[in-house]
Unconditional design. Structure first.
Length: 663
């Protein structure tokens, strides 16, 4: 049996752990991407040298606007070398092809040329993500007869799961192999989606960042954007479609999954803690089904495919809302398209493209559980009575100009259906609100529920502490926007705690690179600038003893309800010995988040299925570090909960091992 270097390293660490009576840091096996084979040392040396030369050349072109179109090629090979992402002897040839293209593009950039900008056929390009400043690739299929002087439809195609389909393999495929759909007169976008995270977290944002980059560089008709995908891509089409239906002219999920519990055959007695169940509401599509009623949706399943389950779940959700889900079933097919079914499906997408997206429909439905997904067309939820419970707005413009609205679990609402709302009567949950007539046009009606619905004078949020758009949690929400990892300049006198912090901090850095395909922005606390504070969410590691920002939180008159000293971690009436316990939480710091001692809360053990790559911790938790970190948890969770809508503790004591919210 052949053992590669990574396996040897894991064995050595495990042996050291035994010798030292397990005093060493734990080891967690990386599941995504899996460790590949060892390539010949001569090939590794040659590729490493070529990558180094190209990095040096790219550094001289740093100001070029389209540098990412080249950097994605170099990064793909670099990461393959770092993480050992070669899975076949022929993969070395893929790396050579990518570096050859990179060299060509570098030469063209030096000559002030970018011929791939108007290349037709299969094209690979890249963009720089605002989340972590990483370059991310995407593929395009551009018909030979495309007229770049006219606006054209865009079909976004989400690929299926590929554990080994890292940047290297994705780019090679996208420049050599056409995809499954070839709509006439349209450009097809293949997002990378950060490889294999089910188009969740940063993978969700990747789809829209790639699409925006395409919109910046090609004549796309923004009212004719179609979202499609199959398998993992079908799951992505379900939840992305449900979250952003008002940006899409049509949606077609193929196979995939649509929710967590039933897809994983979980029985109630095996459910995770109650707060994790609540967090299923981030991506469980039935919780957003009413959004899908706004636009055409056509599901596809193979007749014999077990993943037809997802479409059946969504058929139930549609019926609960008084509608039938169009569902094309490929006769006799397993986990793939029937050719005739695909033709029928593409015909229905083409019909929707022909009609175009109506951005001012008279009827709008919005359904959500978080202000992360707060808008459908001219209806925007700006406050919830309680996060992670079902929230709805159904609005209709009547023929006489009145607006009829019903809501559920909504505390603040914005309506923008007309160019001028002045004088409009709004019938809202049985109450009547009249927008005053003004001399100047007023396109917005802001409403707030304070005992009863009334107009709000505020166009923006108040300065007081409340959960609002962009500041609502949970912990993982911070990793969907630009963030900065802030490491401590000091070391804790508690050796056990220091080891935990160092391990979890490094685990986050390594996991982000391997799973999310990017490098984290990292600064020591003493080097963080005022510009950083205005630009980024802070992810601070350490203790009040070791990190300036955690000390500031502990010593100030902060409204944070979690107090941490050298002796105790105090959460409301619950007190924990600080020698063995660490708080992890998210809290507002001005207009940005401060995350304390946490990276992504879903871990390697959840990577076995994309359906489990959901947030696992709510707004705050207390971790007993006497239980070492493993592939599903950073330690023993001894308390956890969401903050209320004012970012304060809820008046209860939580036992996290219970499946119930009120044990």
């Amino acid at each position: 049996m052949r053992i590669n270097r990574s396996q040897c390293a894991c064995f050595a660490i495990a042996l050291l752990c035994v010798v030292n009576a397990c005093s060493a840091a734990p080891t967690i096996e990386r599941r995504l991407p899996p460790v590949g084979i060892d390539i010949p040392q001569a090939d590794r040396d040659r590729l490493t040298a070529d990558v180094g030369v190209l990095k040096d050349e790219l550094s001289t072109l740093r100001e070029h606007m389209r540098l990412a179109d080249v950097e994605v090629y170099v990064k793909a090979v670099d990461y393959a070398l770092i993480h050992n992402e070669f899975y076949n002897a022929k993969d070395v040839q893929k790396a050579d092809r990518l570096l050859s293209t990179a060299k060509e593009r570098v030469a063209e950039l030096k000559a002030m040329k970018t011929p791939w900008h108007r290349q037709q056929g299969l094209v690979v390009r890249g963009y720089r993500s605002h989340i972590d400043d990483s370059v991310q690739p995407y593929g395009l299929e551009i018909p030979a007869d495309i007229d770049f002087k006219k606006r054209v439809p865009l079909y976004i195609w989400l690929h299926g799961r590929g554990d080994t389909a890292t940047d290297l393999h994705f780019i090679d495929q996208r420049q050599t192999k056409p995809g499954q759909i070839h709509p006439v007169g349209a450009i097809v976008l293949h997002p990378f989606g950060r490889q294999c995270v089910g188009y969740k977290s940063a993978g969700e944002i990747d789809v829209w960042e790639a699409a925006f980059d395409v919109l910046q560089n090609y004549p796309i008709d923004v009212n004719r954007i179609v979202l499609m995908g199959f398998s993992m891509g079908g799951a992505g089409a379900w939840h992305l479609g449900a979250h952003y239906a008002d940006s899409l002219v049509a949606i077609s999920p193929g196979a995939g999954f649509a929710e967590t519990a039933r897809y994983n055959n979980l029985q109630p007695e095996a459910y995770p803690p109650w707060y994790e169940q609540r967090l299923w509401g981030q991506y469980d599509v039935p919780d957003y089904a009413r959004n899908l009623l706004n636009v055409p949706v056509v599901a596809y399943s193979g007749e014999l495919d077990k993943q037809i389950q997802a479409a059946h779940v969504m058929e139930e959700a549609y019926r609960e809302n008084g509608r039938e889900l169009p569902h094309i079933i490929g006769p006799g097919m397993g986990h793939k398209y029937h050719p005739d079914s695909l033709k029928e499906l593409l015909s229905k997408m083409a019909d929707a493209v022909e009609d175009g997206l109506n951005r001012t429909p008279t009827k709008v439905s919005l359904q959500t559980r978080t202000l992360r997904y707060n808008k459908m067309f001219w209806v925007q939820a700006r406050g919830l009575q309680e996060h992670w419970l079902d929230a709805r707005v159904d609005a209709e413009i009547l023929e006489d100009g009145r607006i009829h609205v019903t809501t559920k679990n909504i505390s603040e609402l914005r309506l923008t259906p007309h160019k001028n709302m002045a004088g409009v009567t709004i019938e809202l949950d049985g109450e009547t609100v009249v927008v005053p007539k003004t001399e100047l046009p007023n396109p917005v009606a802001d409403l707030k529920r304070d005992g009863k619905w009334q107009l709000s004078d505020l166009q923006e949020y108040r300065d007081d502490l409340q959960k609002r758009i962009g500041l609502h949690g949970p912990i993982d929400d911070a990793f969907m926007e630009p963030f900065l990892v802030v490491t401590p300049s000091g070391k804790s006198t508690n050796a056990e705690l220091q080891q935990w912090i160092e391990f979890e901090q490094q685990h986050f850095i390594d996991r982000w690179r391997a799973l999310m395909r990017g490098e984290l922005r990292i600064k020591q606390d003493i080097n963080v600038t005022e510009e950083d504070l205005l630009t980024y969410h802070l992810v601070a590691w350490g203790t009040p003893e070791t990190n300036v920002f955690l000390r500031e939180l502990a010593e100030s008159d902060s409204t944070s309800p979690i107090r941490w000293t050298n002796e105790t971690v105090q959460v409301g009436t619950q007190s924990f010995d600080a020698k063995h316990h660490v708080p992890v939480f998210i809290y507002p710091r001005g207009e940005r988040y401060l995350v304390v001692n946490s990276g992504l809360t879903f871990r390697e053990g959840h990577d076995r299925t994309n359906s489990l790559q959901n947030p696992k911790l709510p707004d705050w938790a207390v971790i007993d570090i006497r239980q070492p970190p493993n592939d599903v948890t950073p330690g023993k969770v001894v308390a956890a909960d969401f903050f209320d809508e004012r970012w304060q503790l809820k008046k209860r004591i939580i036992a996290p091992e219970s499946q119930s919210e009120t044990p």
